[in-house]
Design a binder for this molecule. Structure first.
Ligand SMILES: O=C(O)CCC(=O)C(=O)O
Ligand SMILES: [Fe+2]
Length: 377
C-alpha cells in the first residue's frame, strides 16, 4: 500500500477529515469536502445541499479514485448519517435514470416471453420463466453433476471441517475433470446448505454443463436489458439444501447491482426450502434504507424487517416454489431470504451476474473491506 507522507500545506480541515493532505486527493473529492465544510457552518443543511455533496462524491467514485479518495469519502459518509442516506437515494436515482435513458436504444430482446419476464422483473424485482429448460437434457446432466459434487463435498468436508480448516486459504479448492471449484457447507455456511462454487469472472469455466447454462443467450439478454449496463458472469453455484431448522433473515446480497438466476433441478415444494422474496423492494425507499446502512458499515447482521409496514406499502411476499426446469430471475438488491427444508431436499443451480451500473460504480470503491483499515477515521 503506497501512502505519501503528510505535508503541511495549510489545508488543516482536510487533514482533520481524513488525515491526508490535499495533494493526494482528486479535485472532485476536494470540492465535496469543501462544500461539506461550508455547510457545517450553516444552521441547517437542506436536502438539495446534501444531494449536491452526494452527487460530487458519486462522480468522484466513478472516476478512478485513489485509495485516499475512497477512504476519505467512506469516512465522510460513515460519520454523517444524513449524508449517507442522501448518497443512497442519489445513486439509486442515477441508476433509474440510466435505465430510462437507455431503454430506447438497447439491443433486441430475444422473444416475447423474454419481454414479459423483463417487464415483470422491472416491477417486482423477480420473475419466473416457467419451464425455460423443460425437456432440456441439460437439467438431467446438471442434476447428475450436482449430486457428484455433493458426494465429493461430503468426503472432502470431513477433511476440512476441523479447526485448522479456517487457517487454510480456500481449503477445499479442487481441480478435477469437473473443472475448478470450491465447496462451502456446514459449519461455514448456514445450516443444511451446501454449495459448489465455480468462479467465472466473465469467462467460460472449464465445465461445459456450467457453461451451457451460464451463457444461455435468453438469460444474458434479459439480465443485460434489465440493467442497461454491461453485465458479467461472476460465479455459478450448485446448491443442495438438506433438512434444517435455521431461517435466514431478509437481506440484500451486497451493495452493488447483482442478479441471481436460480434454475430448479427438481420440483421445489413448500417443504423443500423455497426462496422467499419480497416483491417491489427493488427500488430505494426509507423502509429499505436500514439494510443499506447495515451493509455500508459491514454490520455483522441485517436488521429485522418490519413485514407489516412493508406490506402496507404494497410489498408482497412470494414463496418461490416451482417445477424442475423453472428459471427464477431475482435482483439481489431486493429483500429476500432462504428458508430451511423441513423434510425435503432442494437441488438447484444459481447463475450470478454483476452489472457495471452507475450505482455499482459509485458504491464499489466504498466497500469497507476494500479500504485499508489504517486509512479509515
Ligand atoms: O437459497 C435461497 O433460497 C436464497 C439464498 C440467498 O439468499 C441467495 O442465494 O442470495
Ligand atoms: Fe441472498
Amino acid at each position: 500500500m503506497e501512502e505519501k507522507s503528510m505535508q503541511g500545506n495549510g489545508e488543516e480541515s482536510f487533514a482533520q477529515c481524513g488525515g491526508h493532505s490535499s495533494a493526494n486527493l482528486g479535485t472532485l473529492v476536494l470540492e465535496a469536502i469543501r462544500m461539506w465544510e461550508e455547510l457545517q457552518g450553516a444552521k441547517g443543511v437542506s436536502s438539495q445541499e446534501l444531494s449536491k455533496v452526494a452527487e460530487l462524491i458519486a462522480k468522484a467514485m466513478r472516476s478512478s479514485p485513489t485509495v485516499q479518495d475512497r477512504a476519505l469519502c467512506y469516512s465522510l459518509l460513515a460519520n454523517n448519517k444524513n449524508l449517507l442516506k442522501s448518497y443512497y437515494f442519489e445513486i439509486s436515482e442515477n441508476n433509474a435514470q440510466q435505465q430510462k435513458d437507455c431503454l430506447h436504444n438497447g439491443e433486441e430482446i430475444s422473444c416475447s416471453k423474454a419481454s414479459q419476464i423483463l417487464d415483470t422483473l422491472r416491477i417486482n424485482g423477480i420473475a419466473v420463466w416457467d419451464g425455460l429448460f423443460l425437456d432440456d437434457n441439460i437439467i438431467d446432466e446438471a442434476t447428475e453433476l450436482g449430486k457428484a459434487l455433493y458426494d465429493e463435498h461430503i468426503e472432502v468436508g470431513y477433511k476440512f471441517t476441523s479447526a485448522d480448516a479456517h487457517k487454510i486459504q480456500a481449503p477445499s479448492q479442487i481441480w478435477s475433470q469437473k473443472g475448478k471449484y470450491h465447496f462451502t457447507g456446514e459449519p461455514d455456511n448456514t445450516q443444511g446448505r451446501y454449495r459448489a462454487h465455480f468462479p467465472a469472472n466473465g469467462k467460460q469455466t472449464e465445465n461445459q454443463i456450467v457453461n451451457s447454462l451460464f451463457f444461455n443467450p435468453h438469460i444474458r439478454s434479459i439480465v443485460k436489458r434489465y440493467y442497461q449496463a454491461p453485465v458479467r458472469e461472476e460465479y455459478f453455484l450448485f446448491e443442495t439444501l438438506t433438512p434444517a431448522v435455521e431461517n435466514q433473515k431478509f437481506h440484500f446480497d451486497g451493495l452493488t447491482d447483482q442478479m441471481k438466476v436460480m434454475v430448479l433441478l427438481e420440483d421445489v415444494s413448500i417443504d423443500d426450502g423455497p426462496l422467499i422474496f419480497l416483491k417491489k423492494t427493488c427500488n430505494a425507499s426509507e423502509k429499505l434504507y436500514p439494510h443499506f446502512e447495515a451493509w455500508f458499515h459491514q454490520a455483522e447482521d441485517h436488521p429485522d424487517t418490519d413485514l407489516d409496514a412493508l406490506k402496507n406499502e404494497g410489498v408482497e411476499q412470494r414463496i418461490v416454489t416451482g417445477k424442475k426446469g423453472d428459471c427464477i430471475f431475482f435482483d439481489t438488491l431486493s429483500l429476500h431470504r432462504g428458508s430451511p427444508c423441513t423434510t425435503g431436499i432442494r437441488r438447484n443451480v444459481v447463475l450470478t451476474f454483476s452489472s457495471e451500473t452507475l450505482r455499482t460504480q459509485a458504491i464499489r470503491p466504498l466497500i469497507r473491506q476494500g479500504i485499508p483499515q489504517e486509512l479509515l477515521k
